[in-house]
Write a protein that binds this ligand. Structure first.
Ligand code: UDP
Ligand code: MG
Length: 311
C-alpha cells in the first residue's frame, strides 16, 4: 500500500528543514515496519511562497527519492494547496498535514492502523489546545458551535490533519465547488470514518500564516459555503415583523375608528410604515430563499456517492 503525505507550505523556510527530517524518519520507519511500501512519498506543495521554500523543496527532492514537490503558480490558499496535492497523487492513501508540525506526527501510524481496520477517512482531532492563545481557542470554539447551530457537520477541533483513502479522494473530485472548506466537505463524502485524538503543540518555527483577518475570512467562507440558514433567518425575521405589523395595523385602525384620540393623518402615516416594512423584509427573505436554491444548484455537488454495488 502506497502512502502520500501532503504538506502545504507557504513561506515555511524556517520550519522546512526540521519538518523534512522528522517526516522522512517517520516514513522510513513506516516502510521498515511494512505498513506502507517503498513507493510512498512526502509531497510538499509550495503555495506561491515568496521566500526560499521552493528552492529548498527542489533540493530535498533531488537528494531524497521519496520527496516530491508541486509548485503552484501563486498563492492560492491552504485549502487549494491541499486539493492540488491530493489530486496530484495516485497513492492508495493520502495524509494531509501542516508544515509547521503542530500536529503530532506519531498519530500518522495510528491513522494507518485505522485505515487497515476499514476506515476510509481518519480525522486528527486536537484534544487540548492549551498551546494556542486564549483568543484563538475562544474564536475557534465559537466557530465550531456556530457551525453546529447552522446545521453544518464539521468534526469538532479537527483541522486539516487527516487520512483519506483513494476512494475518498476520487469522490472528492466530484465536488466542483470553488469555495473550498474541506473540513466540512469531507464528512459529506461518507463511508466509514473515525477520529484520533492528540495534543496540539506549538509551531516549531516561523509564524502563523493565518492572522486574524484570514481566520475570519476562512470562518465566513465555511458558513456561507455550507449554509443558507442566514438567508432563511431573513425570511423568519420578515415574517415576524409582518405578523406584528398586522396586529399593529388592527390596533391603529381600532384607535382611528373607535376612539377620537387619533391625531389627524396619524393612522395613514404610521400604518404603512409597519405594514410595508414587514412585507419588504419578508419578500427579501423569499427572494433569498430562491437565491439559496440557485446557489446550492450552482455548486453541482454529487447527489449521492455509491459505496459499492453487488452484481
Ligand atoms: N498555508 C498555505 N497557504 C496559505 C496559508 C497557509 O499553504 O495561504 C499552509 C502553511 O504553510 C501551513 C498550513 O497551511 O503548512 C497551516 O498554516 P498555519 O500553520 O500558519 O496556520 P495555523 O496553524 O496558525 O492556523
Ligand atoms: Mg499551524
Amino acid at each position: 500500500m502506497t502512502l502520500s503525505i501532503i504538506v502545504p507550505c507557504y513561506n515555511e523556510e524556517e520550519v522546512l528543514p526540521e519538518t523534512v527530517v522528522r517526516l522522512s524518519e517517520l516514513l522510513q520507519a513506516l516502510i521498515d515496519k511494512k505498513k506502507v511500501d517503498e513507493k510512498s512519498r512526502i509531497c510538499f506543495v509550495d503555495d506561491g511562497s515568496k521566500d526560499a521554500t521552493w528552492k529548498m523543496i527542489e533540493r530535498y527532492s533531488t537528494e531524497q527519492p521519496n520527496i516530491c514537490g508541486i509548485k503552484l503558480s501563486r498563492n492560492y490558499g491552504h485549502q487549494n494547496a491541499l486539493i492540488a496535492g491530493l489530486f496530484n497523487t495516485d497513492s492508495d492513501i493520502a495524509i494531509t498535514i501542516d508544515a509547521d508540525l503542530q500536529d503530532d506526527i506519531s498519530v500518522i501510524e495510528r491513522m494507518i492502523d485505522e485505515y487497515y481496520r476499514g476506515n476510509e477517512i481518519v480525522y486528527g482531532v486536537r484534544k487540548k489546545r492549551d498551546t494556542d492563545t486564549w483568543f484563538k481557542r475562544m474564536t475557534a470554539e465559537s466557530f465550531y458551535k456556530l457551525m453546529q447551530l447552522l446545521g453544518v457537520n464539521v468534526v469538532y477541533n479537527h483541522a486539516d490533519f487527516r487520512l483519506m483513502s483513494r476512494n475518498v479522494i476520487e469522490h472528492l473530485k466530484e465536488f466542483k465547488e470553488v469555495n473550498l472548506f474541506l473540513r466540512a466537505m469531507i464528512p459529506l463524502i461518507g463511508f466509514k470514518q473515525t477520529s484520533i485524538y492528540y495534543d496540539r503543540s506549538e509551531r516549531m518555527a516561523g509564524e502563523t500564516k493565518y492572522p486574524l483577518k484570514k481566520m475570519l475570512a476562512f470562518a465566513w467562507e465555511g458558513i456561507t459555503s455550507f449554509s443558507i440558514v442566514p438567508l432563511r433567518f431573513i425570511t423568519f425575521v420578515g415574517f415576524v415583523i409582518f405578523f406584528f405589523s398586522i396586529l399593529m395595523s388592527l390596533w391603529i385602525l381600532g384607535i382611528k375608528l373607535f376612539t377620537d384620540s387619533a391625531v389627524p393623518g396619524w393612522a395613514s402615516t404610521v400604518l404603512p410604515i409597519y405594514l410595508i416594512g414587514g412585507i419588504q423584509v419578508f419578500s427579501v427573505g423569499i427572494v433569498g430563499e430562491y437565491i439559496g436554491k440557485i446557489y446550492m444548484e450552482t455548486k453541482s455537488r454529487p447527489r449521492f456517492i455509491i459505496e459499492r454495488t453487488l452484481d
